[in-house]
Design a protein around this ligand. Structure first.
Ligand code: LRH
Ligand code: MN
Ligand code: MN
Length: 426
């Protein structure tokens, strides 16, 4: 399944006049306020977010998974789905593979397919939170932080294998997320577990190519419900420092206890040049992996404010690996991802509209009311015409969900992949 440029142009025709009216009106207003509208649109078109290879089928919970027809069952089909997202939104130009869920069988064919769809390979993710078929040692009680050196060695070797797989695809980062922890008090010795994790990560880091980053993801709980070894940004930051310059922290929005000030974490890490990657999703209760922007769009905007500030003021911070880490039980997964991509662009666009100079002045004057006004003026701007323009100038859809439905993509996928094409999955 491939969407041709002509098809998108055809769908766009119906909305073109109305889009242009909205865009011209907003553009004039923003120009009057002193914004460089072309610059904002350019930044939006350059912003690319990786799609995880595991989010293209319907998600599930530990109770049930309700499949969606037309789901991809091979890596090639998953790339085609990312191609659909990218053709419509022009902001999904990368894919992030989870190993061993998505190991390419034919590297040449997969690389060619990806480049024909204008998709690059972003961070590769290792997986030592599940046992795989014929695996010698079990990860039931831990992996990189396990008590047994044999288990640790197996988990370390897996991460090095993942780097080697990523090298063949042009990836430049390894993401490590560990489920390691304890479900009951007394199960583990905290210091020993942390020390084991640190020394395993250092071994992996020693195999990291010079032009690669290592991304260390944290999460407070789940699957372990008493303690997780890498539970928060501080632990990840400490481990990254122990490994070296190219080891960084990865922030997954769902991996915080309720009401955590995530934007401050972002600022703190960027100040030290240690924010390496980002997993976007939204959450009401925990690691819910909900559609980006569906629950707390203002928090996302505040996070983007810090990201924008950091990208401009912290040259020491590496370029970030952006990824969506969301999934959903009920919606068409591709529509869900389009909504997430849109919400990311919206928060980014609004953050770009914050008058940083005026904000500095208001902060200097301790004019707290004005500080809030400046942020909220940007937040309340309807930036959708800017995002649509960024897509349009690159050949994408003015309204991607509408185009997806008008072009009957899901039905086409079902026709192509068969009426019973439900992927088995997570
Ligand atoms: C863990 C996590 C991590 C995994 C992914 C499947 O909750 O966020 O990034 O790799 O989910
Ligand atoms: Mn994640
Ligand atoms: Mn998660």
């Amino acid at each position: 399944m491939r969407i041709e440029k002509k098809q998108i142009e055809e769908v766009n025709k119906r909305d073109l006049k109305s889009h242009q009216d909205h865009y011209n009106f907003l553009g004039a207003q923003l120009t009057n306020q002193g914004h460089e509208v072309d610059e904002v649109v350019k930044k939006l078109s350059q912003f690319q977010v990786a799609i995880p290879s595991w989010a293209l089928g319907a998600g599930g919970t530990r109770f049930a998974r309700f499949s969606y027809y037309g789901e991809p069952s091979t890596l090639g089909q998953k790339l085609e789905d990312v191609g659909v997202l990218h053709a419509l939104t022009k902001t999904a130009g990368a894919v992030s593979l989870h190993i061993p869920w998505d190991v390419p069988e034919d590297y040449k064919a997969i690389s060619e397919l990806a480049s024909s769809l204008d998709i690059t390979f972003d961070a590769v993710n290792s997986n030592t939170f599940q046992d795989q078929l014929n695996q010698k040692e079990s990860y039931k009680y831990g992996s990189l932080g396990d008590r047994s050196s044999v288990v640790r060695e197996q988990a370390t070797a897996h991460n090095i294998d993942v780097i080697n797989i990523g090298k063949k695809l042009g990836s430049k980062a390894l993401t490590v997320w560990l489920a390691d922890g304890a479900s009951f008090p007394g199960q583990n010795n905290f210091q020993e577990s942390l020390g084991n994790t640190e020394s395993s990560l250092k071994k992996i880091y020693a195999s990291l190519p010079q032009d690669w980053k290592m991304l260390i993801e944290y999460k407070p709980y789940e699957p372990n419900f008493y303690s997780t070894i890498i539970q928060d940004w501080g632990t990840s930051f400490m481990l990254a420092n122990a490994c070296g310059e190219r080891a960084t922290t990865l922030v997954d929005l769902g991996h915080h206890l309720p009401n955590t000030n995530i934007e401050q974490i972002v600022a703190t890490l960027m100040y030290k040049g240690k924010l390496g990657g980002f997993h976007f999703n939204d959450s009401k209760y925990g690691d819910d992996d909900l559609t980006v922007g569906s629950i707390k769009p203002y928090a996302l905007f505040l996070i983007f404010n810090e990201l924008v500030y950091g990208m401009e003021n912290n040259p020491k911070n590496p370029e970030l690996s952006w990824m969506i880490d969301a999934s959903h039980n009920l919606k068409d997964p591709l529509e869900d991802l389009i909504q997430s991509l849109d919400a990311i662009q919206e928060a980014y666009a609004k953050a770009l509209l914050i008058d940083q100079k005026m904000l500095k002045e208001a902060q200097k004057d301790n004019d707290v009311t004005l500080c809030q006004e400046i942020l909220q003026r940007a937040y309340r701007t309807d930036v959708r015409p800017l995002i649509a323009e960024a897509r349009l100038i690159q050949g994408g859809a003015i309204n991607p969900i509408k185009a997806y439905r008008n072009l009957g993509i899901r039905q086409n996928l079902i026709n192509e992949r068969g009426a019973n094409s439900k992927a088995s999955g997570l």
